[in-house]
Design a protein around this ligand. Structure first.
Ligand SMILES: Nc1ncnc2c1ncn2[C@@H]1O[C@H](COP(=O)(O)OP(=O)(O)O)[C@@H](O)[C@H]1O
Ligand SMILES: [Mg+2]
Length: 158
């Protein structure tokens, strides 16, 4: 079962990302799905900015992963872009299993993991909206923790 949230502007996307950033903890995995230009990196940038105060968040298109440490001792954030991954098992060369256990993972193109992906994760798909700057976020939880996060995100004051 999935939930759709309207995002009328980039500001709305960034606000949703900031809300999620403040709910997540070590071990949480967020898959950012959607076509090129959907806003996956924009979402990740706002998430990392809100959580760690880091403004410089390039797209890890070629490195596939960028790690952001938390100077206050909290969980680091690992930002993946798996667009260029050819085989699902290549994720293990990126140290992703450690990250699943000890970090917060933001994964663009999660479908590239195929059957090697995690069991428990929140799928957040950015879909086109009615205008150039509108999007819709489709939340599909996999596992009870992700269901809890999705429920909090869908609650207007959550
Ligand atoms: N509501 C919105 N949410 C996210 N991005 C938006 C929105 N409206 C406009 N944009 C723009 O769309 C582009 C999305 O690019 P990007 O985040 O790199 O996409 P992706 O990583 O999905 O390929 C950015 O230029 C961003 O400013
Ligand atoms: Mg991107």
């Amino acid at each position: 079962m999935s939930t759709l949230l309207a995002l009328d502007s980039l500001d709305a996307t960034e606000a949703l990302a900031a809300r999620l950033a403040n709910m997540t903890e070590s071990g949480d995995i967020i898959g950012l799905a959607g076509e090129l230009g959907a806003g996956k990196t924009a979402f990740a940038r706002a998430f990392i900015g809100a959580r760690l105060g880091i403004r410089e968040v390039p797209s890890p298109t070629f490195t596939l992963v960028q790690v952001y440490e938390n100077d206050n001792g909290g969980a680091p954030v690992w930002h993946f872009d798996l667009y260029r991954l050819e085989h699902g098992e290549e994720i293990f060369e990126l140290g992703i299993e450690d990250a699943f256990d000890t970090a917060i993972c933001l994964i663009e193109w999660p479908e590239k993991m195929a059957e090697h992906g995690p069991e428990n994760w929140l799928e957040l798909r950015l879909l086109p909206g009615d205008t150039e700057h509108a999007r819709r976020a489709q939340l599909t939880p996999h596992g009870t923790r992700a269901a809890h996060l999705a429920q909090l995100l869908a609650a207007p004051d959550g």
